[in-house]
Design a protein around this ligand. Structure first.
Ligand code: SAH
Length: 243
């Protein structure tokens, strides 16, 4: 009986702590969204006068980034900085996540592919905006942890697959948008093939361990694309499986 009481009391304490942290995170998350909005307003070279759409800012405001980083700290999670997620990988700074999401132009009926699941945070943002998200991660423990975080927080429209995303995920497509969060010299041709006509691929294009161009490839016909470089970025390398 005493044991049970102690257990209940400690559960209440844990729940209280989680609620207090969540309340703090609400303020810090709102401040993060304001930082992102203000940055787009002050520099219109990337998104033009219109800046971010309300839908993208809402998704950024609703998605709990602290649940996807190892420290789970509000102040670390909602600063506009990249964070290490283990295994030599990083989760992009919130502004870049918002920018890639904006450039992907995701609509509620869309099916989206992400290559480079990492923590699962970008997939969660996309899941707020799209009908279905398929995401591929090459590092097994990251794929497992992201799948668990997404499952635990009821992101039921996201499927996580372990593997090399170079070949895409044909059974999940065709895709209205593809977001690649690791840098490579050229967009993988299978990803362009799996895009619908009218769809777009957003990825950092350029050499590893250097700056790359955040690039938007639009599929304007089954055999034609247009490409534009939007901003300079620095992403972790796109790696290839050995087999
Ligand atoms: N989108 C992630 C950040 C990813 S960092 C987030 O929101 O947290 C880039 C990720 O791409 C890393 O986890 C890395 O392991 C993964 N990656 C690199 N090459 C890959 C490949 N060929 N296929 C799938 N994932 C890859």
């Amino acid at each position: 009986m005493k044991m049970l009481l102690l257990l209940v009391l400690s559960m209440v304490a844990v729940a209280r702590e989680a609620t207090a942290q969540d309340a703090q995170c609400v303020r810090e998350r709102a401040a993060m969204v304001e930082t992102i909005r203000a940055y787009a307003r002050s520099d219109t070279s990337v998104l033009g006068q219109q800046g971010f759409s309300d839908r993208v800012l809402e998704a950024m405001g609703q998605t709990k980034r602290h649940l996807f980083i190892p420290e789970r700290s509000c102040s670390i999670a909602y600063a506009d900085r990249p964070n290490p997620i283990g295994h030599g990988q990083t989760i992009s700074q919130p502004f870049i996540v918002a920018l890639m999401t904006q450039l992907a132009e995701v609509a509620p009926d869309h099916v989206v592919l992400e290559v480079g699941t990492g923590s699962g945070y970008q997939a969660a943002i996309l899941a707020h905006l799209a009908r279905k998200v398929c995401t591929i991660e090459i590092v097994p423990p990251l794929a497992e942890a992201a799948a668990k975080a997404l499952r635990d927080h009821a992101y039921d429209n996201v499927s996580v697959r372990l593997g090399d995303g170079f070949g895409g995920w044909p059974e999940c497509g065709p895709f209205d948008a593809v977001v690649v969060t690791a840098a490579l010299g050229q967009p993988p041709p299978p990803l362009i093939e799996q895009l619908k006509v009218g769809g777009r691929l957003v990825m950092p294009v350029g050499p590893a361990y250097s700056t790359q161009h955040l690039t938007v490839v639009e599929k304007i016909a089954s055999d034609r694309t247009t490409t534009r470089a939007v901003a300079l970025v620095r992403f972790v390398p796109f790696t290839r499986s050995q087999n």
